[in-house]
Design a protein around this ligand. Sequence first.
Ligand SMILES: Nc1nc2c(c(=O)[nH]1)N[C@H]1C(S)=C(S)[C@@H](COP(=O)(O)OP(=O)(O)OC[C@H]3O[C@@H](n4cnc5c(N)ncnc54)[C@H](O)[C@@H]3O)O[C@H]1N2
Ligand code: MOO
Length: 413
Amino acid sequence: MEFFDCISLAKAQTLINNVLPECTTAVEETELIEALGRIVAEDIAAADHLPPFNRSTVDGYAVLSRDTFSAGEGAPVMLDIIGEVFMGQSADYTIVSGQAVIVPTGGMLPAGADGVVMLEHAEQSDQETLLVAKPIAPGENMVAKGEDIKPGTVFVAAGTRLTAAEIGALAACGIARVKVRRRLTVGIISTGDEVVDVIAVPENGQVRDINSYTLAAMLTAADCQVTRYGITKDNYADLLAAIGKAAGENQLVLVSGGSSVGARDHTVQVIEELGRNKVIFHGLAVRPGKPTIFGLIDHVPVFGLPGHPVAAMTICQMVVMPLVSRLQGSGSCKAGWRIPARLTRNCASAPGRDDFLRVKLIWQAGEYRAEPVLGKSGLISVMTQADGVVHVPADSSGLYAGDVVLVEVMREA
Ligand SMILES: Nc1nc2c(c(=O)[nH]1)N[C@H]1C(S)=C(S)[C@@H](COP(=O)(O)OP(=O)(O)OC[C@H]3O[C@@H](n4cnc5c(N)ncnc54)[C@H](O)[C@@H]3O)O[C@H]1N2
Ligand code: MOO
């Protein structure tokens, strides 16, 4: 039996970057609310000032702040109330020194006013006379025209994955439709004579398909359009047909199982045949995930992911997701939050190999602790217990309890 040569993770990433350096995903326009989670295709700048006029942030009296500087509880400043601004209406006044105008929270400030005295810090001795008991600073209790967003400012950059906050900013600027990248199309195939679908009751020797579900869930959460191509038997012709179809219909293909070197592991030969010798690597010096395959079929990247469910998910997160982000035109990896945490126990690692350590995050004494989740690569429960992965680089011989590590969070919430 011929065993594969493992290359380093760093070399693998360079090879992937070299063959697929940039985003080629087409652009489409979508309704604002449909744009949540999508990747913005071009820089978005504001056309106007936000807000378009000076606004009060409290219920009170619009004034010239300098008129109030000498105000105090025992020595109120007296101002003339010249009118009232109503909510949603233009403030058709100009105030000068010695004058005040009643304004509601969110109301427009009259010209000349540079601050608002809160209702509770002033008293009306009659309808036209205001006694101010507390000074305000210039700009206090108001939002200035353009203070939020200035015209011409790029407030959502190309490559941003839209969250509720950007959706709100776009709404504020009157942008009802957004140019976003088309969803990356991803085909997913599970292989294995022993693998049966979720609705089947497995017989002895059989297991239900986990990987096409975990992978589809991860890619869907990363805003991809996923097609599951079911389960293919460990049979060269069936695998050739399935991978060929998936590569013809998608921008990325993930095949789980059959990536190792056993007699039934055909994935690499199939990619080689369909891609005309475009297998770029087979074997990574990582754990888990050693038998990972990467190749191209007519420019479509195809990964052969290890069958063990922990390995399939981990390689998807650490190797496939960065490529997905790049192909999507996104600067940020969907599930790529890294947070510092203190390791709770020693973890050995073989030098010369990158290790991906599964950890559970526990909030304790004002910091996160990273508790290693022990368990074999074939156990899906390892992943239900883990919150993320710690990358132990190839030049490390391990980590010590108390080390502060970066945890790549894999959990959505
Ligand atoms: N002699 C060696 N044997 C193995 C090696 C090795 O270096 N030398 N590597 C091991 C490692 S590491 C892994 S990971 C697996 C990878 O094997 P394959 O990618 O070829 O996957 P299979 O053999 O098809 O399956 C492995 C394992 O995973 C289960 N599996 C497969 N697909 C699914 C699925 N869709 N859902 C749930 N479980 C799945 C399968 O039943 C096997 O138990 O090879 C080791 N062997
Ligand atoms: O990829 Mo295998 O699961 O390293 O154990």
